[in-house]
Design a protein. Structure first.
Lengths: 331, 504
């Protein structure tokens, strides 16, 4: 009797952890980071709540959060896109080049959107049409875009390009504007993710593609649409990435796809996608990730070590997630 | 010997199991003796599978005690229970894809074939083939990839994996619905052999004929409680079926089960047509399903009837011929659904349902375009639609947000049925629609099918249960080796024995 009761308590606890564990862990992780850095930076005579640090934090979080919000759609399919970083690099470069050439940021944005949507359509459709994991086509794009970047900067004869001072970018450096755009993007993506067929079908495909297909859902179409949402979010993120410094370089965007992945995982996103995918993962994860990026150097951790710490946290979360039944990495 | 048969092998006292707010078992006492083939019957969600899933280590009880061979019993896992002699064969497919039959049979026991970490595959294959042969299923080759075999054959591999010489208690949980006729015979021979050896078998099934033919004792459950036990003598009584049904449902089921009329009239309008269809071994197949007609399609599992259902729904790319609905060709499920066709797949867990998703999301999935207003889908409208189906089918759950993978087999089937009634489909292709469903719900489903006919809906009912085809269809089509061997109109003199010769 006691043995069974003890086992049952353990089982009930396990069920609760299974149901709410990722939410508690992700929110708990963020709260822990907030408290930890408030206390530890205070001991160093600084504060992450000072205006300058908050501005740095928002500047750091905005690009990752804008990308991660769009990537939620892709991860809910059970997919991942490793070309995100190279795409942001290309769009930042094109914003500068086209902006300088035409004198209009709007034309530059339009050009970037067209290219982003094209890449999104190929990335989304290739997996289904060619019967391969979608991540493969994104690897191809990562390589192609890397080559394009090399060609562009070789032709320019420099590794850095700057926006013509005639184009005013001060708005993109304003914290209130960053927060406003993030809020608008989150609200729009949230609407499509939770209240339209695009989000419902994406989660259903991630949970069981065969059953979703037999329920009349056009799998190719509803695999492509999430990539188009991501495309728009990446161009928005590129605007802030480029706008913050008014420049782009051949290393812009490097490693961003990993930042997005780590953020989503820290935010509690189920790696296999499906019905439990949540948009809040993007915001919570990006905030936690940026807190680590901004907070660790303040408390005296050398920059090279902050990468190691972030990598260690990422590995721990992946190991825990993949130990769960049915846990798989996105493909 | 008699003494040995009467010895208690397993006992549960005051067993209780809760799943959140749902109480699956309430203070149940259950005793199993050597030599028994104990039938467990009850409606979906009555707790019959739960008792034995606890005994076989799949999940722990919330409260209570268990004893196995006189010792306190509290298994930590199914592997532990199996090693100790309690094995359970589950309703759904439980083989490991992508590996060989032999690797499936010895899954978890690879160490027996390993030296210095290297598995002797030759030895494993040889022993696996020996095991398969001893069960009389030598047509399955141990070295073949498991995916080569049909669902029914994979189920047989599971049986071989579960049952060893050391197995003392075998739990057969609604397995026979997933087996072909030959497979069932193999299983019946096995359980009787085990009973004769002084072992025990617990047989969970919704098939009353099967229960009455195979079991030595019967326990009836309702709403998580044991309602009563019947001995073999009581099971042989003339009104035993009526008594058992009353015990299961708690009310008079009545004599009406299948359709009582023999009116085969229907509209002349063709609702669905398969014109000269060819695919693989199916050649030049023709079928006309009319509005207000129920066509029953029967045969052995591999006769091609399930393929016809998939073809009619646009799931297969045809080599010849076409599928027509209202003059338009159907080539994809999307075209089928848009033209008012619904399909209930035989492979419920992999094709019909999103197990790792809420009941509500499953029910409304095909209806999403209809719920959409300028891209917006109202959560209230979704809930309303889902709640109607949950109510109509009496799905045992604590709301539409409950995940499907927490439901019993029958309740899952009700969800897959609800998807298409919610959609309001005019043509419904039902592949084994009452698989794993209890008699109370079966009766409700048959009534619903009859209502659909009266409303002018066209139904293609594919089933391995001849009794329900005879009971419900206006026209019966029997298939063998991918071709139609017999067609017959509904009539009161039609018996299963008249049809079996065309199947085998």
């Amino acid at each position: 009797m006691t043995a069974i009761a003890h086992e049952t308590e353990k089982q009930t606890m396990q069920q609760w952890v299974k149901k709410h564990g990722s939410s508690v862990a992700s929110v708990g992780g963020l709260v822990f980071c907030l408290i930890f850095f408030t206390v530890t930076t205070g001991l160093k005579g600084e504060s992450i709540w000072s205006a300058s640090k908050l501005a740095t934090l928002i500047g750091d979080v905005i690009v990752t959060a804008l990308m991660a919000v769009g990537a939620v759609f892709i991860y809910s399919l059970g997919n991942m896109d490793v070309s995100i970083g190279k795409q942001v690099g290309l769009y930042s470069t094109l914003l500068v080049l086209v902006g300088n050439a035409t004198g209009s940021l709007w034309i530059a944005i339009l050009v970037c959107l067209l290219i982003a949507v094209f890449i999104g359509i190929i990335n989304g459709a290739a997996g289904e049409v060619l019967h391969m994991y979608s991540v493969i086509s994104s690897v191809v794009f990562m390589m192609v875009l890397s080559g394009v970047s090399t060609i562009i900067y070789s032709n320019q004869g420099t590794r850095n390009i700057s926006m013509n001072p005639g184009i005013n970018l001060t708005l993109f450096r304003q914290p209130w504007f960053m927060v406003l755009i993030l809020a608008i993007e989150t609200a729009v993506i949230g609407y499509f993710f939770y209240y339209t067929k695009f989000g419902k079908y994406a989660r259903a495909i991630g949970a069981n593609q065969l059953a979703t297909s037999q329920s009349g859902v056009n799998i190719i179409l509803y695999r492509v649409i999430p990539y188009i949402f991501l495309a728009v979010c990446l161009v928005t993120a590129s605007l802030f990435q480029m706008g913050y410094t008014g420049a782009a370089s051949d290393s812009t965007g490097t490693g961003f796809e990993m930042n997005v992945m780590v953020s989503l995982i820290l935010g509690g996103m189920p790696l296999k996608g499906g019905m439990k995918s949540r948009l809040s993962c993007a915001i919570i994860g990006a905030l936690t990730f940026s807190l680590l990026a901004v907070g660790l150097p303040i408390i005296g951790i050398p920059t090279r070590l902050t990468f190691l710490i972030k990598a260690a946290i990422f590995m721990i979360v992946v190991l825990i997630t993949c130990r769960q039944k049915g846990g798989v990495l996105p493909r | 010997m008699v003494q040995m048969e009467k010895e208690i092998i397993f006992e549960a006292k005051h067993m209780r199991k809760e799943f959140g707010p749902t109480i699956a078992l309430k203070d149940v006492d259950f005793t199993l003796r050597r030599g028994e083939i104990r039938g467990l019957v009850g409606e979906n969600g009555s707790g019959k599978s739960t008792i034995m899933s606890i005994a076989s280590g799949m999940q722990p009880a919330t409260k209570g005690e268990m004893f196995y061979k006189g010792q306190p019993w509290n298994p930590g896992s199914m592997v532990q229970a199996q090693d100790a002699g309690i094995s359970m064969i589950l309703q759904e497919a439980n083989t490991i894809p992508g590996v060989s039959v032999a690797q499936n049979i010895f899954s978890g026991h690879e160490a027996e074939f390993s030296s210095f970490g290297i598995i002797n595959m030759k030895k494993m294959k040889a022993q696996a083939q020996e095991r398969l042969n001893s069960f009389g299923i030598s047509h399955i080759r141990a070295g073949d990839p498991i995916d080569k075999y049909t669902f029914e054959d994979r189920k047989l591999v599971e049986i071989v994996r579960c049952v060893t010489d050391e197995t003392e208690i075998l739990v057969v949980d609604e397995t026979t619905t997933a087996l072909s006729l030959e497979g069932r015979e193999i299983l019946y021979r096995l359980i009787h052999k085990m009973a004769d050896q002084g072992k025990a078998v617990v047989f969970v099934s919704h098939d009353m004929d099967e229960i009455l033919e195979q079991c030595t004792d019967l326990t009836v459950l309702r709403d998580g409680e044991i309602i009563g036990h019947l001995t073999r003598l009581e099971m042989d009584a003339p009104d035993s079926v009526k008594t058992i049904r009353y015990m299961m449902v708690g009310r008079e089921i009545g004599d009406k089960y299948y359709r009582e009329d023999y009116d085969t009239s229907h509209s002349d309008e063709v609702a669905l047509e398969l014109q000269d269809v060819s695919l693989g071994k199916i050649q030049h197949f023709n079928l006309k399903l009319h509005k207000g007609e129920i066509i029953g399609m029967g045969g052995l599992s591999g006769c091609g009837m399930h393929d016809i259902g998939r073809i009619a729904y646009g799931l297969e790319k045809l080599q010849g011929g076409r599928v027509l609905r209202n003059g338009k060709e159907i080539k994809t499920p999307l075209q089928a659904i848009n033209s008012g066709i619904g399909y209930i797949s035989k492979n419920r867990d992999s094709e019909a349902l999103i197990l790792n998703g809420p009941i509500q999301d499953n029910i409304v999935l095909p209806s999403i375009p209809a719920l959409e207003k300028r891209t917006f889908i109202s959560p209230r409208a979704e809930k309303k639609l889902s709640d109607i189906e949950i109510g109509n089918y009496r799905i045992k759950c604590h709301g539409g947000k409950q995940y499907v993978n927490t439901l019993s087999g029958g309740n899952k089937q009700k969800v897959s049925f609800g998807k298409w009634t919610a959609k309001g489909s005019e043509v419904i292709i039902m592949d084994c629609p009452t698989r794993g469903v209890d008699i109370g719900v079966k009766q409700a489903m048959y009534t619903l099918i009859e209502e659909m006919k009266k409303q002018g809906k066209a139904i293609l009912m594919i089933s391995e249960e001849l009794s329900e085809l005879i009971g419900m269809a206006d026209r019966l089509i029997i298939m063998k080796d991918f071709a139609v061997t017999h067609q017959v109109e509904r009539n009161p003199d039609l018996k299963q024995t008249d049809l079996i010769e065309y199947m085998i």
